[in-house]
Structures are given as C-alpha cells and as structure tokens.
Design a protein around this ligand. Structure first.
Ligand code: AMP
Length: 189
C-alpha cells in the first residue's frame, strides 16, 4: 500500500499535485485543511474551534488533529493507498502518523517536499485569495502561516531525511513538469 506524504509551505502546490496523483495512481486523498474547512462550513463544534486557529494562521492543536486523522484513516481500510496532504505539520504529528501506520502494518512510502521560494509563495497565495475568497489567504495571515511553517513544520524535513523517506521536488515550473517529477519518484517505489 502506498502512503505518500505531500509536504511543503502554504502555496507550494500540495492540493493541485495531490489531485493529479489521485487521478493517476487511484489512491485516496486526505487533506486536513479541506476536512477542517468542511467542518467550519457545517458549523460543527470542531469547525468553530478550528476557525479560531485558521483565521489567526496558527495550527490546530496536535491532539485534535491526530484524532481527526485517525478517524479518516479508518475509513480507508480497503484502499490501494493514501496521500496525506497538509498532515503531518509538526514532529508530534509525524510520530503519531508513524505509529498509526505501524499499527496497521504499514509505513510512509515517501515524503515529497515541494520546494518553492518565499516570494513565489506569497504571489500564489494572494492570487488564490482573490480568486477563491479563502479567508486565510490574505497578506497578514499568509505571513503568519509562513512563520508557523518555518518554526513548526519545516523541521520535518530533517525528521523524514532521518527516516530515509525524504524526496525533494522542485516546486517551481509548470504543473505538468512538477507532476512528471512526482510521478517518476512514485513509480520508482
Ligand atoms: P491547508 O489547507 O493545508 O493550508 O490548511 C489550512 C489551515 O488549517 C492551516 O493554516 C491550519 O490552521 C489548519 N491545519 C490544516 N492541517 C493541519 C494540521 N495537520 N495541523 C494543524 N493545523 C492544520
């Protein structure tokens, strides 16, 4: 079973590339950001809690996120594989994912790190905010999300290198070119 972690700063193209991977490899997709946005839309208690953090550009607490992830993962028991998009975002989440997969006799197959320069991330996110109206895609919140990415999420690069699962992907270029690099890395597994 393929367990792919797609990793990168906000605006690095994780969602876009995940959709292509799902289409080509026929695996399931977990986007924790999408899960949280659906909860907000449905006005659930979880949604109300999540909104406070998301609007501030902060991460939702690990315990909450790990619970959400575990319940989504359980719904994919018969799956050919899963792409984890936006999770893990902290070392604690990466350790929890490792344990959850180990309990199922599995492990992360590859961690794809989509690297994109910071000025390009800003440009993409501002544009996405204007087009989609996503509340956290405004200049002030984007800056906070990038600070959070560098302090809490980027340390996962070394963590996955130590696990031997790290794969660097140049996230600058055409959507097609980036996808070809990703598909090549997955096909080698
Ligand atoms: P995303 O759509 O992946 O950019 O996520 C949007 C927002 O949802 C993030 O800025 C966080 O506030 C929250 N979020 C999504 N995934 C996680 C996660 N794994 N851990 C903590 N917060 C998350």
């Amino acid at each position: 079973m393929l367990n792919i972690v797609i990793f990168g700063a906000p605006g690095s193209g994780k969602g876009t590339q995940s959709a292509r991977i799902v289409e080509k490899f026929g695996i399931n997709h977990i986007s924790t950001g999408d899960v949280l946005r659906a909860e907000i839309k449905n006005g659930t208690d979880l949604g109300k809690t999540a909104k406070g953090y998301i609007d501030q550009g902060q991460l939702i607490p690990d315990v909450l996120m790990i619970d959400i992830l575990a319940s989504v993962l359980d719904s994919f028991k018969e799956s050919k594989g899963v792409i984890f998009d936006g999770f893990p975002r902290t070392i604690a989440q990466a350790e929890a994912l490792k344990q959850m997969l180990a309990e199922r006799g599995q492990q992360v197959s590859i961690m794809l790190d989509l690297e994109v320069p910071e000025d390009e991330l800003m440009t993409r996110l501002i544009k996405r905010g204007q087009e989609s109206g996503r509340a956290d895609d405004n200049a002030e919140t984007i800056k906070k999300r990038l600070v959070v990415y560098h302090s809490q999420t980027a340390p996962l690069i070394d963590w996955y290198k130590a696990e031997g699962q790290y794969c660097h992907i140049n996230g600058l270029g055409t959507m097609e070119g980036i996808f070809n690099e990703i598909a090549g890395a997955i096909e080698k597994l």
